[in-house]
Design a protein. Structure first.
Length: 932
């Protein structure tokens, strides 16, 4: 029989550290490895399940009862007894005798606490045997906390409990429950709640006699106290001569209060706002967006895991690249993860808007740090409209609400909390809508159109409406659109099951509710940590939009399955990886349910899709986690969803049946098929899981859009229907362009060949240093062909020695080093239609307006740019102070002239007094311009 030793053995000491008084109540890998070596099991030392928790095995219950009675010495002795001869399983009879007086030592083990003889599933632990009648009688022992233990009357009294001799079991617990404050699951507080009732509803009791008003009672952030922010609409900063509006999106650090009980939170934002300003665009009307990286030096806002593809090369440098999610755009403007820009750099995108109206959104897409950049605040709406949708009379203006839902977790100082290591899934413990934790919105009695986006890292939401005064009332949503546009007809649904990156376009009708009614948007998804609240609607007296929703919307024609030219098969898997331990991948299969071909990583190019083809893509998910799969470039339709085991057909959601989508949920144990037409644009496009930790490591691949290889005639001339991806007639050349603010060393630029970008004159305002040309620079790199990192994030110094992007003849974009000679089909001179017949007069628009083969500052027709802001003096409304497309003026918009007097705000001392005809020193700038 084992007895307490003067010095406890390692197991008992280790157990004491974690479970004893003042311990951490948790078990680390070290303590578990010791326990495992002694018993061959971990959790099953005390539990019947390897996952822990209830039910307990008899030994675990015995130790637990001893602990519940504060009989720590008995518990320690029990642990020692288990390992008295190195084999805990054979010592269970000794353990029971030490840990729980009154239990039999007949056979191997004693009776369960409820008096039953219960077999234990684990074969290593013998079944229970009858209670020894001679043993001391035990009863339920009640404690002030409401807890119950089965003890002898003597042991109960010694432990500070009260014996309940009417009950010999704690199942159910009949002990009186203390009444006090209860911190509810949604972080509200309720007084006078019994402890067991509080626990049963997911709450946390605050102690007998406690009150919500007590200083010691802190249930978290109070919900529904902040008004829902509505993102403003982004205004253009200029207009190109061809009429194309120009917008500027600057990525910059900012602080924002995300709840009125939180300190300011440091964020990385678009234009200083989280979420960012909404871009309103029209179908068929292209826009230009100038992206500027104005982030501070010194590395990333959040800890960066360098196991991920991207950070393993670029470390924690603050890279950005913006993806228009759902946009039908050329590869060059798709936000390719490798086409990032560093602080001080700019890039210019053009969005043709040649697709159906939809709820699009823009967010960061930098390779390996997308999860961090989005979590830090980089997201905004892009609403594409047309005349037909406008004519439907849907709720608009104040009755149209964009609402992006995201989960976050905060440190005590208000800063964002995010794990350093890439995760299988990350779930925050707070829900934000439009950047506020659990906000509230006053609504008039009428219909509102909500454009919901799930912008979370991994969390799936099951949204439902609840009337607080009548919780059983059924309040429907009217579904009118999904990811990529309106559906054929409205559909009434009871809830919204929305996975990351999906969009739901719904109408909620508040007209029938009484003034003062409070309608809560609930989340019924039970993923831990559970968060039941999303936001609240407070109904006011005023009447809002009361027009009926049209019975038909925009017809959606199914793509016939028989139209498909090709079917592709993919498996979503987690595999071992030495740095992070594992990674998520998309494996190409050789057939349905087939064998992986070996292609599963970002650089494995195996999917070459012919321009104009219709294809079926089939995703199978044998793993335990749902994957929301997103395909760039295309709008697809969901064909079906089946169980992998048995092939049972599962019903599609209302948002998935005959609708236009770009993201689809592939639940665990299922197979999902989608069909799409692959049109218009050549080049590489990503497809990936939109759980952002998965996307970053390494569940993202590329497909390549190509022309039909049969059209390549091999005559050495790049002709229509040929391209550089699969035809030797078409060259792939550097995509670098001197003057774009990017010092692209790997594409031939350096301090000599392109001083505008590489000698400290970067248009984005980077630090003054010389990069390339084999000379010294502050980073000390660039001269060694094997060292192509050239990055010093702390000093904000960035040279890009690695090649950046290739321009490919045949992709319909004349860019980089392509010319009319090298690529006539993209850069044909006849395609240039002069808008200025003799001289280049518009010298800051990026266009060759006089068709002489040179653009803007490279054209001898163009005058100087005195303030170096990228706007030639002839076009500049403030020539002495930089207020061009890269450097915002005092009003926050380049070339802004609020009072319309011809003087930009950056120079105008009498701003706000239009055309006052008062000449001052600044007005002389206009006189000077007239003589240029």
């Amino acid at each position: 029989m084992a007895t307490a030793a003067d010095a406890r053995n390692p197991i008992a000491n280790d157990w004491s550290d974690y479970y004893g008084p003042g311990g951490t109540s948790g078990v680390d890998s070290n303590s578990m490895s010791i326990m495992e070596s002694a018993t061959g099991e971990r959790c099953q030392v005390c539990h019947t399940s390897s996952n822990g928790g209830s039910p307990w095995n008899p030994y675990g219950f015995a130790v637990r009862q001893a602990v519940s009675g504060n009989n720590w010495e008995a518990a320690f002795m029990a642990v020692e007894a288990m390992d008295s001869d190195g084999n805990g399983d054979s010592n269970l009879d000794e353990i029971m005798a030490d840990a729980q007086p009154g239990w039999t030592t007949t056979g191997n083990i004693a009776l369960m606490a409820d008096g039953s003889s219960q077999p234990v599933p684990d074969g290593d632990i013998p079944a229970a045997s009858p209670l020894d009648p001679a043993a001391a009688e035990s009863f339920a022992c009640c404690f002030d906390t409401g807890d119950c233990s089965v003890l002898t009357t003597a042991a109960c009294g010694a432990a500070g409990g009260t014996p309940d001799t009417a009950n010999t079991t704690c199942f159910p617990n009949m002990c009186p429950q203390p009444v006090g404050a209860c911190c509810n699951l949604e972080e509200t507080c309720t007084d006078n709640v019994a402890a067991d009732v509080c626990i049963a509803t997911g709450g946390t009791p605050q102690g007998a006699g406690s009150q919500c008003s007590d200083i010691a009672v802190d249930c978290g952030l109070e919900p529904f106290v902040d008004a829902l922010p509505i993102p403003g609409v982004l205004a253009p900063v200029g207009t190109r001569p061809d009429g194309t509006p120009q917008y500027q999106i600057t990525v910059q650090a900012a602080q924002q209060q995300l709840h009125n009980e939180l300190p300011l939170t440091d964020l990385w934002t678009y234009n200083g706002a989280y979420p960012s300003f909404t871009i309103e665009a029209r179908v068929g009307e292209p826009i230009e967006v100038i992206y500027v990286n104005d982030l501070p030096p010194g590395g990333h806002l959040l800890a960066v895991d360098e196991c991920s593809h991207g950070p393993n090369y670029y470390s924690d440098s603050p890279r950005i690249v913006t993806h228009l999610h759902g946009g039908h755009v050329p590869a060059r403007f798709d936000g390719q993860p490798e086409y990032h820009i560093m602080p001080g750099e700019t890039d210019v995108y053009e969005y043709a808007n040649d697709q159906l109206p939809a709820t699009l959104w823009y967010h960061d897409h930098a390779l390996g740090i997308t999860r961090l950049n989005v979590y830090g605040g980089m997201a905004g709406y892009y609403l594409l409209r047309d005349d037909f949708e406008d004519s439907l009379g849907l709720p608009a203006g104040e009755f149209e609400i964009p609402a992006v839902i995201q989960d976050r977790e905060f440190n005590a100082d208000g800063s964002l909390l995010y794990p350093t290591a890439v995760q299988d899934t990350f779930f925050g413990d707070k829900i934000l809508v439009n950047g506020k934790v659990w906000p509230a919105l006053e609504v008039k009695k009428g219909k509102y159109r909500f454009r919901f986006v799930n912008g979370s890292q991994a969390r799936q939401y099951l949204l439902r409406l609840e009337n607080l005064s009548d919780p059983e009332q059924s309040i429907p949503f009217t579904l009118i659109g999904t990811d990529l546009g309106l559906i054929s007809a409205p559909i009434v649904v009871d809830n919204i099951d929305i996975t990351p990156a999906e969009r739901f376009d719904v109408v909620i009708d508040f007209s029938a509710f009484a003034t003062g009614a409070q309608i809560v948007l609930r989340n019924d998804d039970t993923t831990s940590p559970r968060i039941p609240n999303v936001m609240r609607f407070n109904v006011i007296e005023a009447v809002g939009h009361t027009d009926a929703i049209p019975a038909t919307l925009r017809p959606v024609t199914p793509i016939p399955e028989g139209e498909a030219d090709v079917t592709r098969w993919f498996r979503l898997e987690r595999i071992a990886e030495p740095c992070a331990g594992n990674e998520w991948v998309i494996q190409t299969l050789d057939g349905p349910g087939g064998v992986p071909t070996g292609d599963e990583h970002w650089d494995d190019l195996s999917e070459f899709v012919r321009l104009g083809a219709t294809e079926i893509w089939e995703f199978e998910n044998p793993g335990p986690i749902m994957h929301p799969m997103h395909i760039h470039l295309v709008a697809f339709q969901v064909l079906d969803r089946t169980l992998l085991s048995g092939g049972t057909l599962l019903p599609l959601g209302a948002h998935e049946s005959n609708t236009w989508k770009d993201t689809v949920a592939v639940p665990a144990g299922t197979r999902v098929r989608v069909i799409a037409r692959y049109d218009d644009y050549l080049g590489r496009f990503p497809y990936h899981c939109h759980i952002l930790d998965h996307e970053d490591h390494e569940m993202m691949r590329q497909f390549v859009m190509v022309n039909d290889p049969a059209q390549c005639d091999g005559d050495g001339v790049c002709e229509a229907g040929e391209d550089g991806f699969g035809c030797s007639d078409c060259a792939q050349v550097s995509g670098a362009a001197c003057g774009n603010g990017l010092c692209e060393i790997g594409d031939g630029e350096d301090c000599t060949t392109c001083p505008a970008d590489c000698d400290g004159e970067q248009s984005g305002g980077g630090a003054d240093f010389c990069c390339g040309n084999g000379g010294d620079n502050p980073i000390g790199c660039g001269t060694d062909d094997q060292d192509n990192r050239c990055i010093d994030t702390a000093a904000d110094l960035f040279c890009r020695v690695a090649a950046r992007v290739q321009a490919t003849c045949g992709d319909r974009l004349c860019e980089g080093q392509e010319t009319a000679t090298s690529c006539p089909q993209d850069c044909s001179v006849p395609a240039c239609e002069p808008t200025e017949l003799t001289d280049e007069l518009s010298c800051s628009d990026g266009l060759d307006n006089d068709c002489d083969g040179t653009v803007d500052a490279n054209d001898s027709d163009c005058p100087i740019d005195s303030d170096g802001d990228g706007i030639a003096d002839l076009d500049d409304n403030c020539i002495f102070i930089a207020n061009g497309p890269v450097v915002p003026d005092a009003g926050g918009n380049s070339q802004l002239d609020t009072d319309g007097d011809g003087i930009g705000n950056a120079c105008d001392p009498d701003i706000g007094i239009p055309n006052n005809c008062t000449v001052d020193l600044v007005d002389l700038s206009l006189i000077r311009e007239s003589f240029l």
